[in-house]
Design a protein around this ligand. Structure first.
Ligand code: UT7
Length: 333
């Protein structure tokens, strides 16, 4: 039987560090408020002219491929998650494919917001288990700093988000002891407008991108933070338990939990519910903020580099975000 396994991880974050104090230049906020409510101390913003969504993804992918001992030629398919693509269309997967000179190879652009990476990983896992592809590049990449509203009106979301990219190489294996055990995906469109950006939408009376739409805030992030928070703490636990039950494990069997970096308070709540130690839960939101689809692969790559994820570990990935979407993956490393 064919399974899939993560054989390489990589990430890229822009050099430009933006601290909470830096944000106070643009909006009425404070380091104290941001740290207390979110845990975030600083985040990275891309450098215009140097970084693009796809170039960051390519950098992360090159590192992941090198660590897997592969080259872009060895990859059969790209699954690329982002909500902040370089163009409205075609997606950034095409641009990264061109950058990595993978002409002719199929690419998928998916959204799924903060759950994007776990959805992308699941897609790759299904393709590999079905035998259609042997090697997939799974990517999450975001440039959010260029569209967040950095005035006081946008402060409840602007302080959260950061830029960066992460990538995983996923390969076919026959080894049942080191593999992705299962993935679990969910969505609930009833809450679509509780965390969303309306424009540039197509279902509009006139052309998209008029000055009025910009002035009315149509291009800004709208979030009912409280609603998102309340759903997140329930769904994280549910989808983690679903993965554990599907494989006959309990929370105490998990060695490492890599949660989407939404808010340190959410991660801490989930950690306590599961009875895990701080060391077992990967948190880098303090340094990178919430990088949406990139947050899990960046956190996973860092944890692997630091030796916190080791062969034989039971690793759980879990995400919740706009849509609403929520998802988990259980991996025997
Ligand atoms: O990754 C996708 C999923 N996203 C999430 O999981 C985010 C989930 N939500 C959250 O993490 C929290 O809702 C936030 C951290 C975003 C906000 O925390 P909150 O405790 O829900 O704050 P709030 O929006 O209810 O606002 C409380 C107060 C308000 O002032 P008043 O009305 O009480 O006077 C806000 O105006 O805090 C004010 N506020 C701020 N003050 C300083 C909101 N944002 C800021 C800010 N700086 N950045």
């Amino acid at each position: 039987m064919t399974f899939s396994r993560i054989t390489g991880l990589g990430y890229y974050v822009p050099e430009n560090i933006v601290t909470n104090n830096d944000l106070t230049k643009w909006m009425d906020t404070s380091d104290e408020w941001i740290q207390e409510r979110t845990g975030i101390k600083e985040r990275r913003y891309f450098e215009y002219g140097k970084d693009t969504n796809y170039s960051m993804a390519a950098a992360a992918s090159r590192q992941a491929l090198e660590r897997a001992g592969l080259t872009p030629d060895d990859v059969d398919v790209i699954v690329y998650a982002t909500i902040t693509p370089d163009y409205f269309f075609p997606g950034s997967a095409f641009l990264m494919q061109r950058e990595l000179r993978m002409d002719g190879k199929p690419v998928f652009d998916i959204r799924q917001q903060c759950s994007g990476f776990v959805y992308a990983l699941s897609i790759a896992d299904q393709f590999i288990k079905s035998g259609m592809y042997k090697t997939a590049l799974v990517v999450g990449s975001e440039i959010q700093s260029s569209w967040i509203d950095k005035s006081t009106a946008g402060r409840n979301t602007a302080v959260i988000f950061g830029d960066g990219a992460g990538a995983a190489v996923v390969q076919a294996t026959q080894d049942p002891n080191h593999r992705i055990l299962s993935t679990h995906l969910h969505a609930d469109g009833r809450f679509a407008e509780d965390l969303f950006v309306r424009e540039p939408g197509s279902s509009r009376a006139g052309r998209t991108a008029t000055t009025e739409m910009i002035e009315e805030g149509g291009f800004n992030v709208h979030m009912n933070g409280n609603t998102v928070f309340k759903h997140a703490i329930v769904r994280f636990g549910e989808v983690i338990n679903e993965a554990l039950e599907a494989n006959g494990f309990q929370a105490s069997d998990v060695n490492v939990l890599v949660p989407h970096q939404a808010n340190i308070r959410i991660s801490d709540y989930v950690r306590q519910q599961m009875g895990l130690s701080e060391e077992q839960v990967v948190n880098n939101i303090q340094r990178f903020g919430n990088t949406t689809a990139a947050s899990i692969p960046i956190a996973m790559a860092e944890a692997w580099e630091e030796g916190r994820i080791k062969e034989g570990d039971l690793v759980c990935l879990a995400a919740f975000g706009s849509g609403f979407t929520w998802a988990s993956a259980l991996i025997k490393w």
